[in-house]
Ligand binder design. Structure first.
Ligand code: C5P
Length: 318
């Protein structure tokens, strides 16, 4: 029998692991909650665009994280906070980790880069430290770090509710290519949510036809992709409206915004069509990434597994 790469590794070995970006195929803001957050109904999809983490477990009780972007190298970095949270909740202060993050996902772009780094750190250290925490528990820990973090525990295609912390796995959506473009502007997520008015709210009980199509195994209904936050951002940030217009002028059949933006995406069934739009967009001075959807099983396969025979050490995992 051929052993897999992960099975051959010793428990304390160092791993490289991708932290995938996401887009929101749909995002409906249902209303404002008493705690100041907003109730959401959203279909999330992981993309092949990813940061790369190098995670080295240690036994010296020190958690250190360095990224390729100096401005992210603070104790507030979500990957570093994730490692500390996991160590503290495991009640094993001797555990430590050296984490390096090559940032590729544009920061503060609506693509969940920091959240994905955090969830991937939890998953990797859960395996490398031999904690054996089930995915549900990793999601709960992730929710303490940020609303988008729990989705990235499993990734793939999922329906998100609550403030983002309730994750229901959907069947994998139709595999698609996506062009991404990040307008040259910083958008504040709290400001975007604050700018909403009650007329923007979809209200409780609304259905998501995209989630329903995915559950039926139908092709993705492009015309039903939607984002409550898109109109307010287009109104307030002319650079986003300009990038959107440039993508449409380059031939993209449909352009939507991801999350609270400002990153825009255009879906394609055909690589040739995506490449043709990319070339025209680049000629017009728009930087674009060509990426594609990533299934939940591909996300699982990219993570270090636990290893046979090692007892789980976390009481909640028993
Ligand atoms: O949870 P997270 O720290 O990622 O959220 C950032 C901010 O975005 C929150 O402080 C809040 O202002 C806003 N937000 C919201 N409703 C959500 C998620 C985020 O109002 N469901």
């Amino acid at each position: 029998m051929i052993e897999s790469e992960h099975e051959r590794q010793s428990p304390a070995s160092t791993v490289f692991v991708p932290a995938y970006a996401k887009i929101n195929l749909t995002l409906r803001v249902l209303g404002r909650r008493p705690d100041g957050y907003h109730a959401l109904l959203s279909v999330f999809q992981t993309l092949s665009l990813h940061d790369t983490l190098r995670v080295e477990p240690t036994e010296d009780g020190v958690v250190a994280c360095v990224t390729s972007l100096p401005e992210l190298n603070t104790p507030e970095n979500l990957a570093e906070r994730a490692a500390r949270l996991l160590r503290d909740r495991a009640g094993q202060p001797h555990l430590g980790a050296r984490i390096e993050v090559e940032k590729v996902i544009p920061a503060q772009g609506g693509l969940g880069g920091g959240s994905s780094d955090a969830a991937t750190t939890l998953a990797a250290l859960n395996a490398l430290w031999g904690l054996g925490l089930p995915e549900e528990r990793q999601e709960t820990l992730g929710a303490e770090l940020g609303s988008d973090v729990p989705f990235f525990t499993r990734g793939g295609t999922a329906l998100i509710t609550g403030r983002g912390e309730f994750v229901r796995a959907l069947p994998d959506a139709e595999p698609l290519w996506f062009l991404l473009a990040k307008p040259p502007v910083a958008v504040s997520t709290p400001a975007v949510f604050r700018a909403l008015t009650p007329t923007d709210y979809a209200g409780e009980g609304v259905r998501d036809p995209v989630a329903e199509a995915i559950e039926r195994g139908d092709p993705l209904p492009f015309e039903a992709l939607t984002n409550t936050l898109e109109e307010p951002v287009l109104r307030s940030y002319p650079a986003v409206a300009e990038t959107r217009a440039a993508l449409l002028a380059a031939g993209a059949p449909l352009v939507r915004m991801s999350g609270s933006g400002p990153t825009l995406y255009a879906p394609f069934r055909d690589l040739g069509a995506a490449v043709a739009v990319r070339e025209r967009a680049v000629a017009a001075g728009i930087a674009v990434w060509l990426t594609h959807s990533v299934s939940r099983s591909a996300v699982a396969g990219s993570r270090p597994a636990g290893w046979a025979g090692r007892p789980t050490t976390h009481p909640e995992a028993r």
